[in-house]
Design a binder for this molecule. Structure first.
Ligand code: GLY
Ligand code: MN
Ligand code: MN
Length: 545
């Protein structure tokens, strides 16, 4: 009796401590959040439609090693499911099947103890029901025999496939198979799909009055350089090359007729992207908490490196300090490959090699962001490795700082992405002119070759429109000046690259800088760089050469 009791007690302790030992994070988005977001998507969907979303593919690194898996942000936003090989269906109205009624269904990875021993726990059907709050949940293998009549819907909304995933062969319900099965069921035929980029241009041409058509035709030229596939479109190309208003008008009439023609398929590859952008661009309170935390952690990373930086550091070591801080706070990943560029390397906008062994007396451009529970920051600081800006470094730095201040001031309701960008560009141009780096205020140059703002969220370049700023958006403001070797200016500027990037929340009271904890003013950076770092006493054994 005594030993039985002891055994039971031991079992209880074991179970209790097993639960305790799990020590998993508990601050993910809640199942109620995802459910409400699915309801919000349903509100946007046309009558009698279905949205079909797929999990991200698993990517192979080499041989039998895969890259770390990351869920598709739309899929995660709507489900909270972090595993691969899954498909989600959301119906605009209730569907009936015998005596069950449903408006959504999800097909997920099957539980498999052997596979889980190697690659980790799977939620399986029961876990998805209990933890993610879905009712109609199936194993992926059941999708092949599911009898959805996709042809009866007015629209089947999808994000088009890149078809860049492998058929694992072994797993009959991997993403490859799920997509193939969907394509067969829904009679997907790529040649019948309309092209969202082309359609958008058609709409612009349709809305353009004849008096403005020459300007629009000219602007199209630049657009066509970015999207060469537009040159293949006879109507767009014709409009662009038309010699006069009359000819342009003829193309406009043809385009209007084409837009009015009934679609050749009920599969729609543009609306779902737009709906998801509408939903994701304004952050809900639950998301805001996680996003703020990601930004706060990233700002602390910048502060710590400001204290630790010295000329003998390597770019990789600097990267390591940021990323160590992220992990220390429980952030799972970096939101994008970390960029640490000393001197000339800072001129490469997305420099991710981070291979320079000593940063010396150069400026170091550090563009990094922690990803916390799916939400990613995007913060850049540029600091002098030796703790003091040189005269030239400081001159460029201060222009970028002023440009950023002007850009941030316009991140408010009633203003636009374009207005904020224009404000930064004006200050950059005036500054470069004053320093003699450009010769006239409207000189075309390549010293500031990028936009200044994008949304952040589940993606570093998050979904959403780039028009007006709206409350609860979180966007970056990130002007920069980059002067590579052999630029047409005095040599003393060569190799100076500065970007300053902050994450700004749009509020009723105007812009709020969420990354403000990391100093931006040159004087404040120099002051913080004088402080002692805890890393000064982090000395490792010296290795033989
Ligand atoms: N870190 C990429 C960007 O700033 O957009
Ligand atoms: Mn950015
Ligand atoms: Mn960035």
């Amino acid at each position: 009796m005594k030993s039985l009791l002891t055994c039971l007690f031991a079992l209880l302790i074991f179970q209790f401590s097993f639960g305790q030992d799990d020590q998993l994070p508990t601050d993910y988005l809640s199942k109620e959040f995802h459910k409400e977001r699915r309801a919000a998507l349903r509100q946007k969907m046309p009558k009698n439609s279905v949205a079909v979303l797929f999990a991200n593919p698993v990517r192979n690194r080499a041989n039998d090693v895969e890259y770390i898996y990351h869920q598709d942000p739309n899929f995660y936003y709507l489900t909270g499911y972090k595993e691969p090989h899954a498909v989600l269906l959301i119906f605009s109205e209730n569907q009936t099947d015998g005596d069950t009624t449903y408006n959504e269904a999800i097909y997920v990875q099957e539980k498999d103890p052997r596979a889980e021993q190697w690659t980790g726990k799977r939620l399986g059907v029961t876990g998805v029901k209990e933890q993610l709050g879905f009712n109609k949940v199936f194993n992926g293998s059941e999708f092949s025999t599911a009898t959805y009549d996709f042809e009866k819907f007015s629209k089947v909304l999808i994000v088009d496939f890149n078809d860049d995933y492998r058929d694992s062969g072994k797993n009959k319900a991997d993403l490859y198979d799920l997509v193939q099965q969907f394509k067969e069921k829904a009679k997907y035929d790529k040649s019948l799909l309309s092209n969202p980029t082309t359609d958008r241009i058609y709409e612009v041409i349709k809305a353009t009055g004849i008096e403005n058509s020459a300007n629009v035709a000219q602007d199209l030229g630049r657009y066509m350089d970015y999207y060469p596939e537009l040159k293949e479109d006879e109507l767009i190309n014709g409009y662009h090359n038309a010699a006069n208003d009359e000819l342009r008008n003829e193309f406009k009439q043809k385009i209007s007729l084409k837009l009015e023609a009934p679609p050749k398929t009920n599969i729609d590859i543009s609306s779902l992207n737009d709906f998801m952008g509408d939903l994701r661009e304004k952050k809900q309170p639950e998301e805001m908490k996680l996003l703020k935390k990601a930004v706060e952690i990233s700002a602390i990373g910048q502060r710590e490196i400001m204290k630790a930086m010295h000329p003998n550091m390597s770019e990789a070591e600097i990267q390591g300090v940021h990323e160590f801080v992220y992990k220390k706070y429980g952030a799972e990943y970096e939101g994008y490959p970390s960029i640490v560029g000393g001197g000339h390397n800072g001129c490469i906008l997305h420099y991710i090699e981070n291979s320079k062994t000593k940063v010396g007396n150069d400026l170091v451009l550090m563009d990094l962001g922690a990803e916390y529970r799916g939400y990613t920051a995007d913060v850049t600081r540029t600091i002098p490795a030796n703790g003091k800006f040189s005269t030239e470094q400081r001159a460029i730095y201060d222009i970028v700082y002023d440009a950023q201040e002007a850009g941030i001031a316009l991140v408010k309701t009633g203003s636009t992405f374009a207005a904020s960008h224009e404000a930064t560009r004006k200050i950059v141009n005036a500054g470069l002119l004053k320093l003699g780096i450009i010769k006239t205020i409207d000189e075309k140059h390549n010293y500031y070759p990028h936009g200044s703002s994008h949304h952040i969220g589940l993606d570093v370049h998050d979904a959403g429109s780039q028009g007006e700023f709206k409350l609860d958006m979180v966007v970056t403001v990130e002007p920069g000046i980059y002067i590579p070797e052999n630029s047409p200016c005095d040599k003393k500027w060569w190799g100076i690259a500065v970007r300053i990037e902050d994450d700004i929340l749009v509020t009723e009271k105007g812009p709020v800088n969420l990354s403000a904890a990391a100093p931006r003013k040159a004087d404040e950076i120099e002051k913080l760089m004088k402080e002692t770092s805890v890393l000064n006493s982090f000395n490792l054994p010296k290795l033989d050469d």
